[in-house]
Ligand binder design. Structure first.
Ligand SMILES: [Zn+2]
Length: 294
C-alpha cells in the first residue's frame, strides 16, 4: 500500500539509516518528508542540508515535491522540511530564502524555546512570540506548512487561532496521543480535535519512548494500534497520518525501517476498515499537501 511519511531525520543521521532508497522502495513509499534538522545550528547549516537533499534526490531518483502539481505520477516523491525555526536566526526574510531552496514545511520549535516560540514541557510560558506570529503569517503566504510537533500547549493554541482565522490547516507531523501515554511531546485529546477541526493531520510517531513502557516488538505493535485507534476515535478518520521519525529515534523493535511499513498497514487492517487504513497511509496526508502546497 502506498504511503506518505511526514517526518524523518535521515538527512542528518550518521551511519546505518532506516530510511534509504532501498527501504522506501521495499515499503512502497509514495512520499517521504526529509527534515533539515540542525539543533542550535544556524541558517548556514540548514542551507547545506538543503544541498544534501538535492544531491540525495539526484542520486536516488526521488521526485522533488514543491507544489501540489508535483504529487502525481509514480516513483518515490521527496518533500523538504525544516525542524527548528532557530535556523531563521530571528530574520523573517530567511523564510523566503529557505522556501526558494525548496523547504515546504517547518517545525516551529524543537526541544528548546527559540525566537519563534516555546517548546513542550514549558506550559506556563507564552507560545508564539511577536516574531513567531509574523513568521507563521508569512508561512501561510509562501506557502510553507506550519508544524507544531515539539511545541508548547500555548504555541499550539496560538497556531490554531491563526489557522481558524485564515482557514489554512496546520500539522503535528510526528506526535502521538497523551491519553495513551503521558509525555509532553504527545497531543491532548483537545489538541487532536482542534487539529481535526482545522483540517490538519497528526503524523503517528514510532518513538517507543512516546508510545509505551513495553519496548518489545509486541508491546510496540500493540501501542501503535492503541494510539492510532485513540486518535481516530477522538479526531475522526480524516486526522491520522504517519510521521515515523525514523533516524531521529532509537530503533523501534516493531517498526525498524521504512521496509516494515507494509506490516503496519496489515496490522491496521485488523482494527480499521480498508478505507480508513488507506486514509492513514496516504489519503489524509495527500489531501493536506494538496490543500496547502498551492
Ligand atoms: Zn522531532
Amino acid at each position: 500500500m502506498k504511503y506518505i511519511d511526514l517526518h524523518t531525520d535521515a538527512l542528518t543521521k550518521e551511519g546505518v539509516r532506516s530510511v534509504t532508497a532501498e527501504t522506501l522502495e521495499r515499503g512502497e513509499c509514495f512520499l517521504q518528508c526529509f527534515a533539515c534538522f540542525t539543533p542550535r545550528g544556524g541558517l548556514g547549516d540548514a542551507l547545506s542540508l538543503c544541498g544534501k537533499f538535492d544531491e540525495m534526490c539526484a542520486l536516488c531518483g526521488f521526485r522533488k515535491v514543491r507544489r501540489a502539481a508535483d504529487l502525481g505520477g509514480g516513483g518515490i516523491h521527496a518533500l523538504l522540511t525544516l525542524e527548528g525555526g532557530e535556523a531563521l536566526e530571528g530574520k523573517a526574510e530567511n523564510l523566503a530564502l529557505l522556501h526558494r531552496r525548496g523547504v515546504r514545511m517547518m517545525t516551529l520549535v524543537w526541544n528548546f524555546d527559540n525566537e519563534i516560540g516555546t517548546s513542550h514541557g514549558t506550559e506556563e510560558s507564552f507560545g508564539l512570540t511577536p516574531f513567531g506570529q509574523d513568521a507563521v503569517e508569512r508561512m501561510g503566504d509562501l506557502p510553507m506548512i506550519v508544524d507544531v510537533s515539539h511545541g508548547s500547549e500555548k504555541l499550539f493554541s496560538d497556531v490554531a487561532a491563526w489557522s481558524k482565522r485564515t482557514g489554512i490547516p496546520f500539522v503535528a507531523s510526528h506526535s502521538d496521543a497523551r491519553a495513551c501515554f503521558p509525555h509532553t511531546r504527545n497531543l491532548t485529546d483537545g489538541q487532536i480535535r482542534t487539529l481535526a477541526d482545522c483540517g490538519g493531520v497528526v503524523g503517528l510517531n514510532f518513538f517507543d519512548g512516546f508510545l509505551s513502557e513495553d519496548r518489545s516488538a509486541e508491546g510496540q505493535r500493540a501501542a501503535l494500534m492503541r494510539h492510532a485507534r485513540h486518535i481516530v476515535r477522538t479526531g475522526g478518520e480524516d486526522v491520522l497520518a504517519l510521521g515515523s521519525d525514523f533516524d531521529g529515534i532509537p530503533e523501534n523493535a516493531y517498526m525498524r525501517t521504512a521496509a516494515d511499513m507494509p506490516r503496519l498497514f496489515e496490522d491496521f487492517g485488523e482494527i480499521f476498515p480498508p478505507r480508513v487504513v488507506e486514509k492513514i497511509a496516504f489519503r489524509n496526508a495527500s489531501r493536506l499537501l494538496r490543500e496547502t502546497l498551492g
